[in-house]
Ligand binder design. Structure first.
Ligand code: IUR
Length: 473
């Protein structure tokens, strides 16, 4: 028996020892890996494995991680490198496992981030009502976009912190849960994401793909649908680049063995009629009670139908849509949402009160001290709303955070008082801003007013949010 000098704690026989020496000689050091990528080379499976292992074991220095990320950002990665990075990131921590009888039924949705995007709050319970198991691992707000976890935390008692065992128990009794990432799930992503954020390397297709799909892989999903947004208020502003991201994501998901499809959806204004954490929970509850906005319902049914088709619970997209609509309109999804709230820590009476037909929402959810109505400065037809401007101002008023861990004000937000295409006259209120102290400055009010896009009737044409559906390869 001999001891390896690189791994002194391992005792090896002669043959294994010489094999290990050959292997270690072929292994590039971290500086060599960085140079290889910097100079446009392709990282092989072993290179990527070494990099991710160095990240997880803590043997890489922060400056080396940053340098490697910048090399990847500049040189890109091909489909095989991206798939390998995704798989190695997934394997850097725990991978969830599910009972055999759920085989084929475990699904999730991921959105690339929007304004007023409360789709998950409706979709997860609707899918559970259709027979799926939905271990939805969501995120917090990022830049100007809102986060599902922040929205749910506006409900008193709701806990997004659930262990793997608790997730399994909730899926078994309810069928869906919406939780935060645990410490042990994809630890490599936590390191990479934090480093990307401070090294100007967030917007890289392979890095975004690795980050998103590795976490979905660790959920051991059967099927995944991605809501890839494009437009003014989206991460990617134009359809072409959003489509490129969708292709990367769909390919990486399918390579991990997850049936993965995508929907390309428009993100210029606001999804539904409200922005802000408590207000969005209210809008989602209204939709679950059969009210709510057409655009929001359209997104929910399109994304849900795709998942039902991919799991075989629907024969085609139109049957899938029918099933999801029925779950929402028929009240099955509302019952699941109520049960999910209770399972995740909300008191029974609170969950019941929020879900009853004539709920007094602000008896339970915090209402902002001030409601300020903005009025139209001229006559016209409401053509559009700049969701980015609205989200940026609300963010500054306390609805979002500028540093991780910063507290946010769940009651801050805004309600659109009119529908797109509606005629308005000068002086008509169009936006109700919910705010605390400080109230919006004159400059912020002017910015909000500039978000209103007025036109003439002749110009108005309803545009579907859903631009394209991309099926698994
Ligand atoms: N969400 C993620 O989970 N990862 C990313 O890289 C981005 C959003 I951008």
């Amino acid at each position: 028996m001999t001891q390896s000098s690189r791994f002194p704690h391992i005792n090896l026989d002669k043959q294994s020892s010489s094999m290990l020496r050959v292997f270690l000689a072929a292994m590039l050091s971290i500086p060599d890996l960085i140079k290889k990528k910097r100079d446009g080379g392709k990282l092989n499976d072993g290179d990527i494995k070494s990099f991710v292992e160095a990240l997880t074991s803590g043997s890489i220095q922060d400056c080396q991680t940053g340098a490697m990320l910048m090399a990847i950002w500049q040189q890109g990665m091909d489909a095989h490198e991206t798939a390998t990075l995704t798989k190695e990131m997934m394997l850097s921590g725990d991978v969830m496992s599910w009972p055999g009888e759920w085989a084929g039924l475990v699904v999730d949705k991921h959105s690339t981030g929007g304004v007023g995007d409360k789709v998950s709050l409706v979709l997860a319970p609707a899918l559970a009502a259709c027979g799926c198991k939905v271990p939805m691992i969501s995120g917090r707000g990022l830049a100007h976009t809102g986060g599902t976890l922040d929205k749910l935390e506006s409900i008193p008692g709701f806990s997004i912190h659930q262990s793997a065992e608790q997730v399994r128990a909730i899926l078994s009794s309810v069928g869906c849960c919406i939780v935060g990432q645990t410490e042990t799930l994809v630890p490599a992503d936590r390191i990479l994401y934090a480093t990307r954020d401070i090294t100007g390397t967030v917007d890289s297709l392979p890095l975004i793909t690795g980050s998103i799909i590795s976490k979905k892989g660790a959920e051991s999903l059967t099927a995944l649908v991605l809501d890839v947004k494009f437009g003014r208020a989206a991460l990617y502003k134009d359809l072409h680049s959003a489509k490129e991201l969708a292709h990367f994501l769909v390919k990486a998901g399918n390579e991990l063995g997850i049936r993965t499809g995508a929907v390309l959806s428009r993100m210029d204004g606001v999804i539904g009629r409200s922005v802000g954490n408590s207000l969005e929970v209210i809008e989602a509850l209204d939709l679950l009670k059969g009210g709510g906005q057409q655009d929001l319902m359209e997104l929910v049914t399109t994304l849900g139908a795709l998942l039902l088709v991919m799991t075989g619970l629907a024969a085609d997209q139109s049957e899938g849509r029918r099933k999801i609509s029925q779950a929402v309109i028929g009240g099955g999804a509302l019952l699941k949402f109520q049960a999910m709230m209770e399972a995740q820590g909300v008191a029974k009476e609170t969950a019941r009160a929020l879900c009853c037909a004539h709920a007094d929402y602000f008896k339970i959810l915090r209402k902002a001290k001030n409601q300020l109505d903005l009025t139209a400065s001229r006559d016209g037809v409401l053509m559009d709303m700049d969701g980015l401007i609205l989200a940026e101002v609300l963010h500054k008023l306390g609805a979002g955070r500028s540093k991780a861990g910063q507290p946010i004000n769940h009651s801050v937000g805004a309600e659109l008082l009119l529908s797109l295409g509606q005629k308005i006259t000068k002086g008509t209120p169009w936006l109700r801003v919910h705010c605390e102290e400080p109230t919006p400055s004159p400059d912020q009010i002017q910015r909000l007013q500039s978000a209103l896009v007025l036109g003439s009737v002749a110009d108005w044409k309803r545009q579907s949010l859903v631009q394209e559906v991309m099926l698994p390869f």
